[in-house]
Design a protein around this ligand. Structure first.
Ligand code: FES
Length: 254
């Protein structure tokens, strides 16, 4: 489904990181955390849409929130848009995190890296409301790009790691998990491939769901821009946009 959604709020959160809140009837079709919308920033160049994951879904207010990093031509242009303006949104697309995989009374560990952190927010909200105990580990490059730590604290213990050590634990999300010996029943993660791979390798016996960040074209399974391989096969593949972006660990080659 496609809609011209209205920008309600649009604010910088951290260096080059923006929080964009949109309103429209499309929000009523948004349920699963981890799905994404494909946003057309301008009528002409840049032509491609940008896949942006849903961070918060507020059906009562008819609003959804997206957090993105302004880095390429499309998102830099998006950062200039003001409240009251509309943008062309296609979605929600893809398959998100299986919230029901973690049962009431169980523990879920939510691990995010950089711009992979936003979809974990709606996930934390839904898991917590189902009675699941949630712990977050959020990894960033440096203090300047840390966001949403306080918001996540509403739902559970939240730890931050920065690669340069300027905030929280120095190092990677896996350093926090090891140092604190964090245990869990289900792990959900979103972030760069090396991070997802490290988690997959560290917890081969556990129930782990990984959301991939992949370059996309069409966003709906038609262009093959986002394919990734399936283990033990030369020819089989999955499309991140329509089969994912969330996969069970081991389902695709990272
Ligand atoms: Fe076109 Fe996935 S982005 S097939």
């Amino acid at each position: 489904m496609k809609e011209q959604m209205t920008i309600v709020r649009h604010e910088p959160l951290a260096k080059q990181i923006y929080e964009l809140t949109l309103s429209g009837s499309l929000v009523q079709t948004m349920n699963e955390p981890g799905r994404f919308v494909h946003v057309k920033v301008a009528e002409y160049a840049p032509l491609l849409r940008r896949p942006l994951s849903l961070c918060d879904i507020n059906k009562e207010a008819g609003e959804c929130t997206i957090i993105y990093r302004a880095e390429g031509a499309g998102t830099t242009l998006l950062a200039k848009k003001c409240p009251g303006e509309t943008i062309d949104v296609l979605g929600p697309l893809g398959n998100g995190f299986p919230v029901e995989a973690a049962k009431a009374g169980q523990r879920a560990l939510l691990v995010g890296g950089g711009i992979g952190v936003p979809p974990l927010y709606e996930l934390a909200k839904q898991l917590a409301s189902n009675g699941v105990s949630v712990t977050m580990v959020l990894g960033f490059q440096t203090k300047e790009v840390v966001f949403y730590e306080q918001k996540f604290l509403t739902y559970g213990e939240t730890y931050v790691a920065t690669v340069d050590g300027s905030y929280g634990t120095k190092g990677f999300v896996t350093d926090v998990i090891n140092e604190r010996a964090l245990s869990f029943d289900v792990l959900y993660a979103c972030g760069p491939k090396p991070m997802l791979k490290a988690l997959e390798q560290q917890f081969p016996q556990k129930e782990v769901y990984l959301s991939l960040e992949e370059r996309m074209g069409c966003g709906v399974g038609a262009c093959f821009a986002c394919v990734c391989h399936v283990p033990n096969s030369e020819t089989a593949y999955k499309k991140v946009c329509s089969d994912g972006p969330v996969f069970k660990a081991g389902e695709v080659v990272l």
